[in-house]
Design a protein around this ligand. Sequence first.
Ligand code: NAP
Length: 247
Amino acid sequence: MTTFPLASRIALVTGASRGIGYATARALAKLGAHVVAVARTQGGLEELDDEIQKDGGSATLVPLDLTDFDGIARLGAALHERHGKLDILVGNAGVAGPSSPLGHVDLKPWNDVMAVNVTANFQLIRCMEPLLKKSDAGRAVFVTSAAANKALAYVGPYATSKAALEALVRVWANETASTAIRVNLFSPGPIRTRMRATVFPGEDPMTLDTPEQAAEFILPMCTPDWKETGRFYDYPARTLKSFHAPA
Ligand code: NAP
């Protein structure tokens, strides 16, 4: 008989309608997790659901704009009512925002990037922490970018938002270090997705790794066997680094 390592575990994946989130959601479901798939695009979520069902897994589709922060709170309440816990949170959804010098970026696109890449993840932490605490082995992984530390020119809002996300996640890892929750960051590097093609239109996508390849490295951080917290997995370098220890 096949054993599924994530059987009876509930996994919330944001940005599950395409790209890295889609591949991660599908891979988690293949390991037996019930996936709660969040994104705005109904068609992408339905395609994911079809594939998960073909694989013999199960999913709940949540068409939600993550900048609807009250919607995130309602999702937390619904998960509490239906499952009473959350085992896995993958904070993957992100937007690239404008590619311009900082002085040319308007306030609205700046705020839009911060809302999805930072504030939505803050709200997910606020709303999902009580549910993750109900799990025997709550696991959270957030998807960041090398842009945060490289301070890449012309993607200022994106780079700044990912640096803020990393600070947020590091703080939460320190705050939860004495609990059963494990909190980590994943930096994918260049992956063949719509976001990458939008920011680097001249690049040949076939030279890049696939979302499925990146997802392979997110999965271990989602399992009860993963004991480390406050770690940063750099996918291109295949290295695992620690955050700074708490003062
Ligand atoms: P993608 O293919 O564009 O996917 C982005 C996902 O985020 C989509 O499912 C999208 O769903 C969701 N999303 C965006 N805004 C949302 C909103 N307001 N509400 C709900 N969902 C929203 O991009 P990707 O490359 O897979 O990116 C995934 C993560 O990896 C991002 O955090 C990105 O910054 C990071 N990353 C990617 C690369 C790369 O090379 N691809 C490199 C470094 C970091 P809807 O549009 O359907 O809502």
